[in-house]
Design a protein around this ligand. Structure first.
Ligand code: TXA
Ligand code: MG
Length: 348
């Protein structure tokens, strides 16, 4: 599959109506448009068109077993997409939509089954990004959109990342600059007795619990590969390099990382380091040190871009650390665990 990918630049806060209209026409014609959301870029197609949905799987080289998220711009659209929607959804939507929260609900009979990889459920989210909202509104249809990366690559947080993976495979890329959150949405399954977060993201468990008192994080959500939800295989968000995540007391972790970096460099490895601001000293000069920012919000925002940058620069090993697990740290830890395929080193 090869086609001429068009890039349309749009203002992230006030997208130009003419540009949005052109992209919306492409969606309605059954073709693919990558667009920014507040989390990551999405690879969008008309969610009501099974052939268009198939094109997403083909472009991403994504297994047909991995279901997609349907994006909407008003709550009203929910009844077209989902059936037997529990009452609590309205309260959750009022509080968290538009925003980085995806609900898994029972799929409405009229929705194509390939949207959900044949499951009888469907994932839905209302994104909080002016470009995504404008595109949804102008298209007049719900838009199915997984993250706009090829399967197993880190999610795309800029239009440039989308092109790295999907140039010649997507019809239009709306370039609205870098995304703000940088990690994918929280996926909350409401089809089971006890609401469960299948993927931690920008909306935190503690905040959900103010409305959904019994919500839980999927037990063993990182370690237990057997029980995973569709698409939550451990190999995900991976850079090409082999990644190791160190966890334990910060000072000791940093010392261990510096020693390991020196050893690996001496063995001839090209070592990439992902670290917080002010932690970049003491690594061998040959190592590629990328500082991600300070604090969980900044680190989350830059993580995927930094992993891609290290790939680009030819790192064959990446060393990083546990940046904490509170708040957004849960989502960050989840992505680090997956990117490293569970290669965690505990420092006592
Ligand atoms: O932030 C996001 O969620 C981004 C932006 C573009 O909205 N989208 C995204 O989509 O990350 P994707 O396809 O890369 O990840 C969606 C995840 C899947 O891995 C899958 O585990 C879960 O959502 N999911 C989707 N439909 C599901 C369903 N019916 N049941 C259980 N899990 C589902
Ligand atoms: Mg994805």
């Amino acid at each position: 599959m090869s086609l001429q990918t068009q890039v349309y630049t749009v203002h992230p806060d006030a997208p130009e109506a003419r540009t949005i209209k052109r992209a919306a026409d492409v969606i309605r014609a059954g073709q693919l448009v990558a667009f920014p959301t507040e989390t990551v870029y999405g690879l969008g197609a008309n969610a009501l068109d099974p052939a268009a949905i198939d094109r997403i799987y083909e472009a991403k080289q994504r297994p047909a077993s991995d279901p997609l998220i349907v994006h909407i711009h008003q709550l009203e659209q929910l009844k077209q997409i989902a059936a037997d929607v529990p009452d609590v959804v309205e309260r959750l939507a009022e509080r968290f939509w538009p925003g980085p929260l995806t609900f898994v609900l029972k799929r409405a009979p009229g929705m194509p089954s390939n949207i959900a990889a044949g499951l009888d459920t469907v994932a839905v989210r209302m994104p909080a990004h002016p470009v995504a909202m404008a595109l949804l509104m102008a298209s007049g249809v719900p838009i199915a959109a997984p993250s706009a990366n090829t399967f197993t690559r880190p999610s795309a947080t800029t239009a440039q990342h989308v092109l790295e993976d999907l140039d010649g495979r997507v019809d239009v890329v709306l370039d609205g600059g870098p995304t703000t959150i940088g990690l994918e949405s929280t996926v909350l399954d409401l089809t089971v007795e006890q609401p469960v977060i299948l993927r931690p993201g920008g909306v935190l468990l503690a905040d959900l619990r103010k409305i959904l008192h019994d919500a839980v994080l999927r037990p063993g959500y990182v370690e237990d590969e057997a029980s995973v939800s569709p698409g939550q295989s451990k190999k995900h968000y991976s850079p090409r390099a082999k990644m190791t995540v160190y966890t334990g007391p910060r000072v000791m972790v940093l010392e261990k990382m510096r020693n390991s970096a020196a050893e690996l460099t001496a063995q001839g490895h090209k070592v990439g380091i992902l670290i917080a601001d002010d932690e970049g000293q003491g690594f061998p000069p040959e190592a590629i040190v990328i500082t991600l920012g300070s604090g969980l919000v900044a680190i989350s925002k830059t993580l995927f871009a930094a992993m891609r940058q290290l790939d680009e620069l030819g790192a064959d090993v990446i060393l990083t650390r546990d940046f904490g697990r509170d708040g957004l740290g849960t989502a960050l830890w989840d992505r680090l665990t997956r990117a490293s395929e569970g290669n965690i080193v505990q420092i006592e």
